[in-house]
Unconditional design. Sequence first.
Length: 271
Amino acid sequence: MIDPMTERLVRFQRPGALPYLIGADETRLAALFGLDAAAYRTLLDGFDQQTRQAAETLLTRPGLADAVDRLPLHGQDAFHVAAVGESTTADRLSWFEILRHLVALRRPGDAVRFTNLAISGSTTTQALTQLPMLGFQRPDLVLCMIGGNDSQHLAPDAPTLVSAPETERNLAMLHDLAQRRGPARWVWLTPSPIDEARAGDYQHFRRAGITWAGKDVDTIADHLLNRPELTVDTRTAITADHHFLDDGVHLSIEGHREITAAVVHALAGAA
């Protein structure tokens, strides 16, 4: 029996996305969580099955399957989609993993590859260090959802972990420097909203002294919506209590499913 904390760690941590662990086999990755390879694989397969089921559910929605058909995922060679972000994207039950299954289910004949480069806990400053890896991957489309960790307060009266001007600078650098390494279409997703009440009551945040404020996420989101690139406003998709986990920051698979739908419709509409 795998304890809930270990399951949560495996869900949100992608050690294989770290530069110094790229290429590590599952036996080594499993050991990082105190698991053997078989138990680790069982967890991963379980998460994968949940995201596949979420994709199957989405495909029953009116217009969603047609929108997947219109996604601009064609190229001369195998089309490559990469995700850059933090825990909301690194999540094994994330919108990006559901999107991967949507494309596989609806367009099995298309050679579309998905690479999740998100790292839990990453700020926009730390994400800049991923640019060499992103350049090495040479994706055709980058989906970037980051900024939520920038808006943390390490004490109730402390400033945000990364100031708003620095966040804006980092976001611009992420896009501009990535384009130099290999031009790709770039699409932003705003950081998902915060349930301040749940975040304030979450014991682990309270013990660490971490607080969150929705207005700080709104500042980042509004900045992204004013950039010239396509931006998906995830705040309009997360509208119900059950879209959040108990910490008020991370999303349930139902919340991720709504973000996936928003991404699909935005990309299809801009095609």
